[in-house]
Design a protein around this ligand. Structure first.
Ligand code: XLS
Ligand code: NI
Ligand code: NI
Length: 440
């Protein structure tokens, strides 16, 4: 089958028009050339369009099937359908003028009857990607393998009770990592889709964790062997599809990486919706990953406050985003990471151009929040208040305690000798919240 002559109504790339731009499809805040903190906005935000939600998802939910009726899902030749999908995907990248995209192996190319056939399909589509990437100057933020949809993975991939499934997953990851490398991918992602369990009646958790540790170590070894320069990223998510996912949150992932000696090569890909499913805020997860030295990249989306599952909506919450970017800028910004739109339009958004509105709206929300964050950081509103709050620890006694120069008895004796009580001070939360509100 051939790609439709024209899928989107829009034909010209979306450009920056300023806050008063009359067209609904213009960037009002995202001026990619604008210099902030010495870098262009485009280099700070590093937007990526994801293949799976935008081109593979058909609009189904647990109660109903396909609503989108994309032409490339209706054909008889799977490779021709994959090529038609690639045409439309690269057309969207061009219209949005995004610097990056992301994909799973099976998003790009159909699975064959054997692993060998699947790898062959993937490489054939990668040839097309390679040519299109060179022509359009769009780059790959990361690639990954889908180790959760096929029924062979129903009991996990790396954590499967059957080593043959583990080996199959290794085969898929080798191919996906090598294709990611060939396409100049900046990172390689492992989301532990079905690495978790439903019931301990049939699960040996210790064994499964050791299997997962071994699997990630094998991926790291292979990355070094082929000279893939980017980090491996694992992606925390607490539940869905399994009840207990092993990569629960940033803290749990960090413990896992430490236990298996992986913190040097493996960082984290943090997603908003997964953070809130874990009972945390997005900002908390990012701040913790930065504090522990494992911050990698972001899947930018938003969950619904009223729903307890992964709705993956486009990020639009200015205040949340501003605090997130403040955290990221404070930590020095992205290196290999970026903002991947792991986000899907709603099931009723059946017009092709809804995909464009979704991305443009969220890119603008991110840009606007980013600009607010950079002003907050420049004026030190939050950072100065923090510095002042912890000033005692920068004094001689605070430093001596942290440097290990005081014993428990030293500290106790010192308090016993002194007659001054510590003086509680206000945490000033409402004052700080109002300060933020001035900028956002
Ligand atoms: C699913 C995950 C997935 C990963 C890539 O919840 O977010 O989309 O980002 O496998
Ligand atoms: Ni994700
Ligand atoms: Ni998600």
């Amino acid at each position: 089958m051939n790609a439709p002559a024209r899928f989107f109504e829009t034909t010209a790339p979306i450009s920056f028009g300023g806050p008063q731009a009359p067209s609904p499809l213009a960037f009002r805040w995202y001026d990619k050339h604008r210099i902030v903190h010495g870098k262009r906005l485009e280099e700070h935000l590093r937007f990526a369009v994801c293949y799976w939600h935008s081109f593979c998802w058909v609009g189904s939910d647990p109660f109903g099937g396909e609503t989108f009726l994309r032409p490339w899902h209706h054909g008889t030749d799977p490779m021709a359908m994959a090529r038609a999908k690639a045409e439309v995907a690269f057309e969207l990248f061009r219209l949005l003028d995004v610097p990056f995209f992301t994909f799973h192996d099976v998003d790009a190319a159909p699975e064959g009857k054997t692993l060998a056939e699947s790898v062959q399909n993937l490489n054939a589509i990668a040839d097309i990607f390679e040519a299109k990437m060179a022509a359009q100057k769009v780059r790959l933020l990361w690639g990954t393998a889908n180790l959760f949809s096929h029924r062979r993975y129903m009991a996990g991939a790396a954590t499967n009770p059957d080593p043959q499934v583990f080996a199959y997953a290794a085969g898929q990851v080798r191919a996906a990592l090598e294709v990611t490398h060939r396409l100049g991918g900046q990172n390689y992602v492992l989301w532990g889709g079905r690495e978790g369990y439903e019931t301990l009646l049939n699960t040996d958790m210790k064994r499964e964790l050791d299997q997962l540790g071994r699997f990630v170590s094998l991926v790291v070894e292979h990355k070094h062997k082929i000279g893939f320069p980017g980090p491996i990223l694992i992606e925390p998510k607490p539940k869905e599809p399994t009840k207990h996912q092993y990569d629960f949150d940033v803290a749990t992932c960090y413990g896992f990486l430490e236990r298996y000696g992986l913190t040097k090569d493996v960082k984290l890909n943090i997603e908003q919706n997964h953070a809130i499913l874990a009972g945390h805020s997005f900002q908390h997860e990012i701040a913790l990953a930065q504090a522990l030295g494992v911050f990698g990249s972001l899947d930018i989306n938003r969950g619904d406050d009223l729903l307890g599952w992964d709705t993956d909506q486009f990020a639009m919450n200015g205040q949340e985003l501003a605090l997130v970017f403040h955290e990221i800028l404070k930590g020095g910004g992205f290196t290999t990471g970026g903002l991947n739109f792991d986000a899907k339009i709603r099931r009723q958004s059946i017009d092709p151009d809804d995909l464009i509105h979704a991305h443009v709206g969220s890119m603008d929300a991110c840009a606007r929040a980013f600009l607010a964050a950079s002003v907050m950081l420049d004026s030190g509103v939050l950072t100065d208040a923090l510095k002042e709050r912890y000033a005692g620890w920068d004094g001689s006694e605070g430093r001596a305690i942290l440097a290990g120069e005081r014993s428990l008895a030293d500290l106790a004796d010192r308090v016993l000798r002194s007659s001054t009580e510590p003086q509680p001070r206000s945490g000033r939360q409402e004052f700080l919240e109002s300060l933020v509100n001035r900028y956002v």
